[in-house]
Write a protein that binds this ligand. Structure first.
Ligand code: AMP
Length: 188
């Protein structure tokens, strides 16, 4: 089974993907983590994308698509992928379909974490004190949320039409959310 988890910045995608990955032996494919590691390692790509990430802007479709293809083509990840942070727009969703087909893979489940803007603001403030992410200051966080609404929310309809979407109430505790996700995965 391959799944996608999406939701606004601060919704808990990373936390929940990590828990599911450990529990069920999935590989957590986090585009944000992959991109941040390129920046940390100061690769050519990292140097190129750092200003975009720090400003809360999307990295180009081409860059993320190339990174995703490298993952998807790896046999060891087949049927064990949890996409955390990709796709983030309709064009990326369509591209993901193409990539998956190319390697005889498909998406079986899409989880959307729903949270209010007030909760997101609170969580991002908390995360800023722990992780010190360059893109977690207030104005960038709001920009990322607006980008989510404009570019990523259309995925709701896209995956609803395909019958793959499950919406999860992300306002609850980490454990409660994890339990609901585990129940859903258990019946698929
Ligand atoms: P995240 O860790 O998922 O919050 O991602 C952090 C940042 O990485 C985002 O704000 C974007 O700048 C960049 N990023 C992550 N995933 C994507 C994607 N699928 N498309 C474009 N940019 C991305």
């Amino acid at each position: 089974m391959n799944l996608i988890i999406f939701g606004p910045p601060g919704a808990g995608k990373g936390t929940q993907s990590n828990l599911i990955a450990k529990k069920y032996g999935f590989f957590q494919i986090s585009t944000g983590e992959i991109l941040r590691s390129q920046i940390k390692m100061k690769t050519d790509l990292g140097v190129k994308i750092a200003p975009m990430i720090n400003e809360g802007l999307f990295v180009s479709d081409e860059i993320v698509s190339d990174l995703m293809e490298k993952v998807i083509k790896e046999k060891k990840y087949n049927n064990k992928m949890i996409f955390d942070g990709y796709p983030r727009s309709l064009s990326q969703a369509e591209n993901l379909d193409i990539l998956l087909k190319r390697y005889n893979q498909k998406i079986d489940l899409v989880l959307k974490l729903s949270v209010s803007l007030a909760t997101i603001k609170k969580r991002i403030t908390e995360r800023r004190n722990i992780e010190k992410r360059a893109d977690d200051n207030d104005s960038i966080a709001i920009k990322r949320y607006k980008t989510y609404e404009k570019s990523t929310e259309p995925l709701i309809e896209y995956y609803k039409k395909l019958g793959l979407l499950k919406t999860i109430d992300g306002e609850r505790s980490i454990d409660q959310i994890n339990k609901e996700i585990s129940d859903i995965i258990g019946v698929i």
